[in-house]
Design a protein around this ligand. Structure first.
Ligand SMILES: [Fe+2]
Ligand SMILES: [Fe+2]
Length: 261
């Protein structure tokens, strides 16, 4: 018997580089490490982060072992589970709030191709529209929503954890595209604006999927009931502080959907 510990403690990208077929196996289990872009997570954490049930975990690890040691019987530790797993994700109230905010962000993302088509940086009307779009990105998707993520939820976790680093890295990338969008408006450069709006609209859907399906459920499993309660009351405070602003953003999206779709 030989242990796979040495591989369990390697970054998943490194393991995939050595054994490319493992990426396909992970894909079959809906663990898209290849598409993640970071692949920093250790192989041993993949099971915990993606919340596989015990049978799926055994199946996955057996298949991976077979690739790494085709001729040997391998033993591997099965993770202890504290809470039962189920297919349908049940979010705690604060996580549910953030998932719901993603819905409005996704409606905006769906509008971006039409916004790019119709954008006009030469007219006052055109400028009003694009500036409202940027305002939605900066003040709803970033300040209001990311305030709940970065300033409140992440503080309960070590920000050096791979799973958090991946998400924070996306936020940094998104912000750099927004900065370039503002420059493009200033320079009246339609192509530059389209380029960065497109890049933004490509990062965000994957980012939201990672949060909805991986990060938030993982956080829920790792927060205590007291911490979840504190988080929820903090979120309510943030909502009160922002007052009518989220409603204004919702109205903007609804109006745009009527005009552009
Ligand atoms: Fe985020
Ligand atoms: Fe988010």
């Amino acid at each position: 018997m030989e242990s796979v510990d040495i591989y369990l403690n390697k970054g998943v990208k490194e393991v995939i580089t050595e054994f490319p077929v493992i990426e396909k196996i992970l894909d079959e289990f809906n663990i898209g490490c290849g598409a993640c872009g970071e692949g920093l997570c250790l192989l041993k954490d993949i099971v915990e982060i993606h919340n596989l049930d015990e049978d799926r975990e055994k199946e996955l690890m057996a298949r991976i072992s077979k690739v790494i040691y085709p001729d040997k019987e391998i033993s591997f530790p099965v993770k202890k589970r504290t809470k039962p797993t189920s297919k349908e994700i049940k979010y705690s109230p604060p996580m549910k709030k953030m998932v719901d905010e993603h819905v409005l962000i996704k409606r905006w993302l769906a509008l971006i191709p039409k916004v790019i088509e119709s954008v006009n940086l030469e007219t006052e009307e055109g400028l009003i529209l694009i500036n409202k779009g940027i305002d939605f990105i900066r003040n709803y998707a970033d300040k209001y929503h990311h305030a709940k993520e970065e300033d409140e939820t992440f503080k309960y976790f070590d920000n050096n954890l791979d799973i958090i680093k991946v998400i924070l890295n996306d936020h940094v990338n998104v912000r750099s595209h927004v900065k370039a969008m503002l420059e493009a408006i200033e320079e009246k450069d339609k192509d530059k604006l389209a380029e960065h709006l497109t890049a933004y609209s490509e990062i965000l859907p994957k980012h939201i999927k990672k949060e909805d399906e991986i990060l938030y459920p993982w956080m829920d499993r790792n927060l205590t009931t007291t911490q979840i309660g504190k988080l929820y009351s903090k979120f309510n405070e943030i909502d009160t502080e922002y007052g009518e602003a989220p409603i204004k953003h919702l109205k903007f999206i609804e109006k745009l959907e009527k005009e552009l779709v």
